[in-house]
Design a protein around this ligand. Sequence first.
Ligand SMILES: NC(=O)c1ccc[n+]([C@@H]2O[C@H](COP(=O)([O-])OP(=O)(O)OC[C@H]3O[C@@H](n4cnc5c(N)ncnc54)[C@H](OP(=O)(O)O)[C@@H]3O)[C@@H](O)[C@H]2O)c1
Length: 242
Amino acid sequence: MRYVFITGTTGGLGASLLGAFRDDRIISITRRKVQTDIGLYREFHVDFLDEGTLEEEIMDIFGSIDPDAGDEIFLINNAGAVGPVKSVENMDAKGYLDNYKVNVLAPALFIKGFIRAFKPLDAQKKILTVSSGAALSPMEGWAAYCTSKAAVNMLSGVTRAETADFNPPVLSSTFRPGVIDTGMQKTIRESDPKEFPNIDKFKNYKSEDRLLDPDFVASILKEIIASDDFAEVANYDIADYM
Ligand SMILES: NC(=O)c1ccc[n+]([C@@H]2O[C@H](COP(=O)([O-])OP(=O)(O)OC[C@H]3O[C@@H](n4cnc5c(N)ncnc54)[C@H](OP(=O)(O)O)[C@@H]3O)[C@@H](O)[C@H]2O)c1
């Protein structure tokens, strides 16, 4: 049996991940009800901006399955937010905090809950956190986003260091999915050009049909996390699969 915990499945890459794992037992964690014809095994609703409630619900979420030895359990930290898109000069504290709650704190709490719930179980336990090229390359207007994705790279790195001696193992890596045709790209194209000087580059990605299909990206993510040598690479990049 394979259990797959996926965050942010209301649209974009997360909705495509539902399709990719449709034959498995999917536990979806979102702030809104998911509109899908795919049978969800369990569904939890929590706004990641409400970190107190998220922290309270984490063990209920991971305690909602009863896996056996030999099962596979995946956690895919997919939910994310690009905004606020503002220069460092104009960004306020709430803007940073809201972004970090969704992009950094929520994945950290999910990883904690996953380890606590399943550490002793003799199952295949794998965590893949969706990162971004923005973790490695500065982009004007994306101070919150770039720093948040750099943070999850390090969050996964620390997790790897702390779990290296676990027996049975808990494996963790990150994934840079490329530029995908999702709601997040629409948000980017609708940014204030004064705050986001690169806006034309992203408008051109769309008009020139250069955005990746989220179903394709989901299929690559599945290939990576399901592989027998998962986590031999610390930070996966979709460019290596195209
Ligand atoms: N699209 C790209 O080009 C691109 C590139 C590199 C990396 N990524 C990464 O890929 C992942 C998926 O992005 P996407 O493009 O599919 O974005 P998307 O279409 O905007 O979807 C984001 C998902 O995150 C959820 N989310 C946002 N804020 C939340 C909150 N406060 N509480 C709970 N859930 C929340 C959204 O739920 P709601 O529907 O409720 O808002 C949605 O399900 C993200 O981690 C993103 O950073 C995307």
